[in-house]
Ligand binder design. Sequence first.
Ligand code: THU
Length: 151
Amino acid sequence: MIDYCEYDSLAEMEPRHSQLMEAAMQATTTAYAPYSHFHVGAAVMLADGSIVTGSNQENVAYPSGLCAERTALFSASAQKPAQAVEAIAIVGHFQGQYTEASPCGACRQVMAEYETRYGNEITVFCYLNGGRIRKIKGVKSLLPFGFEAEL
Ligand code: THU
């Protein structure tokens, strides 16, 4: 079962969640994307209420770059390892306007591990074209039967 709902606009969301989405929108301005020109912003909400942002960081050796989601999640973990990740918001910006962005498979795998690590579901907010927002309750809905191992 894919557990999600959609909002028509930021105004319909809980204030703390619309603020998270606005932080992701602001974070698109920090993207380094000279190759794709596709700027992605991500904002992570931690259990203490703080927000950590990230953006995609590209490299001329293309696979060396990193998506906005993992930049934000790894930064949050590096700065506040004791704080559970509660939610993440993602938005794209391309040719002068905000656009849809949905996390890639590698970012879903990383999100899944933070759910396991902190023992709570992560709510994922994705900006959709036309200003709608999709809210997905838990990474299991984005990555069913994902890889897990007791190593
Ligand atoms: N990208 C992200 O940062 N997050 C996503 O969810 C999808 C793709 C980045 C990777 C690359 O820098 C650019 O967007 C174009 O693929």
